[in-house]
Design a protein around this ligand. Structure first.
Ligand SMILES: Cc1cc2nc3c(=O)[nH]c(=O)nc-3n(C[C@H](O)[C@H](O)[C@H](O)COP(=O)(O)OP(=O)(O)OC[C@H]3O[C@@H](n4cnc5c(N)ncnc54)[C@H](O)[C@@H]3O)c2cc1C
Length: 576
């Protein structure tokens, strides 16, 4: 057993993950403390997923917070933390202004009014745009990194964190990790630790999303924090043969999906009121029912979009532009003139750390920002992620820094850190199964449509049996040849945990709501299920699931309309 580590770094606030949430947390933390350290398993300052994003940003600017919150309660079918969301909405405009101060330019019309596209047929939830299309994410990353530089935030890249350190009282005091290329080992001590590791997921093909494997949830859960929203995931429509980003702006301006018979199936069969201008999860559910009815392939049809909107939404910069040009040159396909074949793909897992309204988990000193905190019931709106990275990152960083001020130094225990490091490195160099086999196995567990889109007790129990077999087959035998393999191994473990919690929580929620569709329970069941499911690691290592009711008695908005009622999928006709 290796007894030590190569480096010991101290910080007031340690931030794990250098995406937009982590960068916002660092910028905010610097208001209160000097020594802020970001560590990220990717290249230094790559900015996480945000850099490849369109830069679409939700904020409350031409409506009221109350009206926007009312839309969200409706959109989430009542399953939303109204107090938390109200704070996010309230602070969204400040972060938009902050971005502008940092040099990001949002699109305005000739009168100076911000251009905004309503999302998912909602009245008050609109996303702002950064144009030309393709410049948004990079300009935001550059702005945040510039600001982090100005504030003296330290950043380390290629640093894979693989265990949190707790003191005798069970409070977070740091973490251990290793350099994913050199293999050098690191211990970090800090009286406040922020998880900003992004969403969970199972390595889809979508641009850079294979990086998002939910390690914040994995590490936090092992350290004793609870997780929530595990039964939900975001399913996205993607082209079968190439990558495309931006449908969230295309659907509101007329794009639609058609089946093999040329029928706009969402409008015709499942939602005459919304058609395809809705969340991708609902469109994908429609696709799955079309596949069952034998009416595939499915095509994305951009022909109804006006010439003016094509100009607004056409990529003119960055990877998206390269993609667009190559499609025309190499495949003879003009995305805006022809139909292209599309399919559903799991995008990310909604499961994440459960926190209080200060974004602190049940482990004192461990905070969670944005996507590694459970937030959404499997439905999403364009621009919402960047809004929440900015707002929740900023709030979390500030709260973590105030804790660091109160606590002073972290009670760092060298022996515990060395033991944690030894545990992390144990698979290195031993004979066994490579991480890629585990990754593949977890994908095969969750990807079938009857597990992720149209669930039933039968299909979920089958998936659970496969999870159990995977735990037995893989956990004792995983191995890594290099530090890079070791980093991949942790991703695989995190994916397996997420698969298990997704399946177990989906089995428990015996109703249909938002992104969760149970074919055998097609009704919404407010009496029993206006509640979140939390998961904790029991003393035997097994998951313990329990309900946490939505505290409606405290909330101003009592749910009175439900977005799911816009849809009638097979089997749900008699449900309402
Ligand atoms: C192509 C694309 C376009 C998008 N466009 C938009 C858009 O226009 N508007 C919008 O609102 N949203 C958009 N999104 C979504 C949005 O970009 C992301 O949800 C958001 O940027 C996530 O930020 P984050 O900081 O929470 O997580 P991430 O960006 O995922 O960052 C997490 C970081 O944590 C690091 N990390 C993870 N585990 C570890 C570990 N164990 N040790 C150390 N580091 C670790 C990762 O390397 C990563 O850098 C888009 C996403 C994609 C992929």
């Amino acid at each position: 057993m290796r007894q030590s580590f190569n480096h010991h770094l101290k910080a007031d606030v340690l931030i794990i993950g250098g995406g937009f949430s982590g960068l916002w947390a660092a910028i905010s933390a610097r208001r209160f403390v000097e020594n802020v350290l970001i560590v990220d398993k990717g290249p230094k300052d790559w900015g996480g997923l945000g850099t490849s994003s369109g830069g679409d940003f939700q904020c409350v600017q031409d409506t009221t917070v109350d009206a926007a919150l009312d839309d969200l309660v409706y959109y989430h079918d009542g399953l939303c933390d109204q107090e938390l969301l109200e704070t996010i909405l309230t602070q969204s405009f400040e972060r938009f202004q902050h971005y502008e101060r940092l040099g990001v330019t949002f699109s305005r019309d000739e009168k100076g009014k911000l251009k905004a596209i309503p999302q998912r047929n909602l009245t008050h939830m609109k996303m702002l745009l950064v144009r030309p299309y393709g410049t948004g994410g990079p300009s935001m990353r550059d702005a945040l990194v510039r600001e982090a530089n100005r504030l003296g935030v330290r950043r380390l890249g290629r640093m894979c964190v693989n265990e949190l350190l707790l003191d005798e009282k069970g409070e977070a005091v740091g973490a251990v990790g290793f350099h994913a290329q050199s293999g050098e080992t690191f211990a970090f001590s800090a009286p406040a630790v922020v998880m900003a590791t992004g969403a969970g997921g199972w390595k889809p093909s979508y641009i850079f999303m294979s990086n998002s494997t939910g390690e914040g949830a994995y590490l936090g859960y092992k350290a004793g924090a609870a997780l929530s929203h595990n039964e939900f995931m975001h399913i996205w429509n993607v082209p079968v043969l190439f990558a495309w980003e931006g449908q969230t702006g295309l659907l509101p301006v007329g794009a639609r999906f058609v089946n093999a018979e040329g029928v706009d199936f969402m409008k015709e069969y499942y939602s005459p009121t919304l058609g395809a201008n809705t969340d991708t999860t609902y469109n994908c559910r429609g696709m799955a029912f079309e596949a069952r009815a034998g009416r595939t392939p499915i095509y994305f049809d951009t022909s109804p979009i006006s010439a003016e909107n094509v100009e607004l939404l056409k990529p003119v910069h960055g990877w998206a532009k390269i993609n667009y040009d190559r499609l025309i040159a190499d495949e003879g396909l003009d995305f805006f003139k022809e139909k292209s074949m599309w399919m559903p793909q799991i995008m990310w897992h909604s499961g994440g750390l459960a926190t209080n309204h200060d974004y602190e988990t049940a482990v004192p000193g461990l905070f969670a920002a944005c996507r590694c905190r459970g937030l959404d019931p499997g439905v999403y709106m364009g621009g919402w992620a960047l809004c929440t990275t900015a707002v929740t990152g900023y709030i979390t960083g500030g709260n973590a820094a105030r804790r660091a001020q109160e606590k002073g130094l972290a009670l760092f225990n060298r022996t515990r850190a060395a033991e944690a490091m030894a545990r992390a490195l144990a698979p290195l160099g031993r004979e066994g199964l490579p991480a890629k086999d585990l990754v593949r196995e977890t994908q095969e567990i969750v990807y079938p449509y009857e597990v992720c889109l149209i669930k039933s007790e039968r299909s979920l129990k089958k998936a659970l049996a496969r999870v159990e077999r995977a735990k037995e087959a893989f956990l004792p035998r995983l191995s890594a040849k290099t530090p890079h393999d070791l980093a991949k191994l942790q991703e695989g473990l995190s994916m397996l945990q997420a698969a298990e919690l997704f399946v177990r929580s989906s089995l428990l929620r015996t109703e249909t709501r938002a992104g969760h569709h149970r074919e055998d329970y097609p009704q919404r069941d407010n009496d029993n299920w206006l509640a979140w499911i939390h998961a904790e690691r029991g003393p035997d290592g097994e998951a313990r699931l329990y309900k946490v009711p939505v505290p409606l008695e405290r909330y101003r908005i009592k749910p009175y309309r439900y977005y799911m009622d816009n849809f009638t999928f097979p089997g749900s006709e008699t449900a309402r």
